[in-house]
Design a protein around this ligand. Structure first.
Ligand code: GLN
Length: 506
């Protein structure tokens, strides 16, 4: 394995800088792989990649970390896995996760919890639900890892483990072969130690242009061309973005200064603001008031979609059947026994929440209201971004429609920005023991800064920056998040790269 690993690192020198992992990080059992390839051979121009276990790979089980799918083998491979192989990728394993992507700590897994390798004092959360993918790149077991992000599942584990995690614009990367959680929010994205290998695949490697006719949510080739800010022009190399930093404006959402935000993360955010200003960018305060209600809206919409997606796991067509579950002639007993035995606690909770909010007596008060909030969140973003949203007509707005307290740039309205900068998570990685004693709502709180971009389908990336001190403060690292307008992914990756150069983690 070491030789293979060594060769893999060597071969991928163009993709990622060398990986120096302190040996003590290897002493705890991180449990990040569900399946690991034994003899992966990496050609000179290749790179290694790990795949979250809700993305189908042929020849290995795809379990979604659920007891329900413990023996499930997909008859085909996900499009995105094929796309990585075509670009020189060598598959190294399937990574552990929260069951069906539901969770923020990768503790809700039928394969046992994932632990964060950055800490050897006490077991701490690696973030979720793509925790296994984040740990795989953190430890150098893969140059790139595929994850899925419905409400923050790539960005949160990236922030907790100190790697880069990128959620593309909705509809960019094919979801064919990806087990759905909440269809209107699900995206496939990438984790790596730097921005560069991600840029190499998505922008230079052309994934941004590849429509997949087998995925009904994949943006058509025509729309992709229409959405591309530079038209068909070749996008610049990663280092070539922003030759003149004074031309870009970065917005700091004031509504994200919540009481729960850890003071050291607040300080790191302020330091990033200073660094970007010194670099020459314009940095301005902005307001995104509806994003304050984005979290509850997300936790109505995502479980509603999940409850309908998971209805097919009945032990008849999909999933393993409970012992004795088929002795009763009534279908309902068969299903409920099988579903009760095989789904984990959190998944059962989501199914119940979703079924409730879609029920006729609750629909108007929950599901319909949450859809309204989703539109307001999208509108907040469209108001502050200088670039129009290529999917929506520009909405003229009335100043009287803005609440008191909006920061107005001039009489024309709120400040117009290219990017938004905010923390990825309000706190540092919590102790596993503390998460286990928390209620579900405390766990949901971790997603407060990540769900707004998901509801609006926008590109967002978490970058590690220096922050705080010691084990209780993330081992000195926190994640900051950059968001951009729909399909402005190349520039979002460009500014993230710039931010990691301005604030290197040593
Ligand atoms: N933590 C969020 C949830 O449990 C996000 C999960 C995800 O993005 N897959 O729904």
């Amino acid at each position: 394995m070491n030789t293979v690993r060594h060769r893999a690192c060597h071969a991928s020198a163009t993709l990622t800088r060398s990986l120096r992992i302190p040996s003590r990080w290897r002493t705890i059992s991180t449990n990040h792989f569900i399946h690991r390839e034994k003899d992966a051979v990496v050609p000179d121009s290749g790179f290694t990649f790990a795949v979250k276990d809700n993305i189908a790979t042929a020849g290995h089980p795809t379990t979604c970390a659920s007891a329900f799918l413990r023996d499930y083998e997909s008859p085909f491979e996900a499009t995105v896995v094929r796309q990585l192989r075509e670009r020189g990728g060598v598959f190294v394993g399937k990574t552990n996760m929260d069951e069906f992507g539901m969770g923020s700590h990768s503790l809700n897994s039928a394969h046992g919890p994932v632990l964060n390798p950055k800490f050897d004092d006490v077991p701490r959360s690696a973030g979720g639900s793509s925790g296994g993918s984040a740990v795989a790149v953190r430890l150098g077991d893969a140059d790139v890892a595929l994850g899925t992000d419905t409400g923050g599942s790539i960005r949160l584990p990236a922030a907790y483990t100190g790697v880069v995690g990128y959620k593309p614009s909705y509809g960019m990367i094919s979801r064919r072969g990806v087990v759905p959680y909440a269809n209107s929010l699900d995206t496939v994205g990438f984790l790596a130690r730097d921005v560069k290998p991600i840029y190499d695949l998505v922008i230079d490697g052309g994934l941004i242009h590849e429509h997949d006719e087998l995925d009904p949510t994949s943006l058509t080739s025509q729309s992709r061309r229409r959405c591309s800010p530079g038209g068909d022009r070749r996008p610049p190399k990663l280092e070539e973005h922003f030759r003149n930093p004074s031309e870009i404006t970065i917005g700091i959402p004031q509504d994200y200064r919540i009481a729960e935000l850890h003071p050291s993360i607040l300080a790191a955010w302020a330091a990033a603001e200073d660094a970007l200003r010194k670099w020459g960018a314009r940095v301005v305060p902005v307001r995104l008031p509806s994003t304050q209600v984005a979290l509850p809206a997300y936790y109505v919409l995502a479980p509603a979609e999940a409850s309908s997606n998971l209805a097919k796991y009945d032990g008849v067509r999909y999933g393993s059947r409970a012992e004795g579950g088929d002795t009763d002639a009534s279908g309902e007993v068969l299903y409920s026994r099988t579903r009760g035995d095989n789904f984990g606690r959190e998944v059962r909770r989501r199914i119940l929440m979703g079924t409730y909010s879609l029920s006729s007596e609750a629909m108007d008060n929950y599901f319909v209201q949450a859809q309204r909030v989703r539109r307001l969140v999208q509108r907040d973003f469209d108001r502050v971004f200088a670039r129009p949203n290529p999917l929506r007509d520009e909405e003229p707005f009335d100043l009287s429609d803005l609440e008191d307290g909006w920061e107005l740039e001039n009489k024309r309205g709120p400040a117009q920005v290219d990017f938004l900068l905010c923390p990825t998570a309000p706190t540092f990685p919590p102790r596993v023991e503390d998460v286990r004693t928390q209620g579900p709502v405390d766990s949901y709180m971790n997603d407060v800064f990540t769900v707004p971009a998901s509801l609006a389908g926008l590109p967002a990336i978490s970058v590690p920056v220096p922050a705080g001190n010691g084990m209780e403060e993330g081992g000195g690292v926190a994640g900051l998040q950059v968001l951009g307008q729909f399909w402005d992914d190349a520039r979002v990756l460009g500014i993230a790269h710039q931010l990691s150069r301005l604030m290197p983690v040593v």
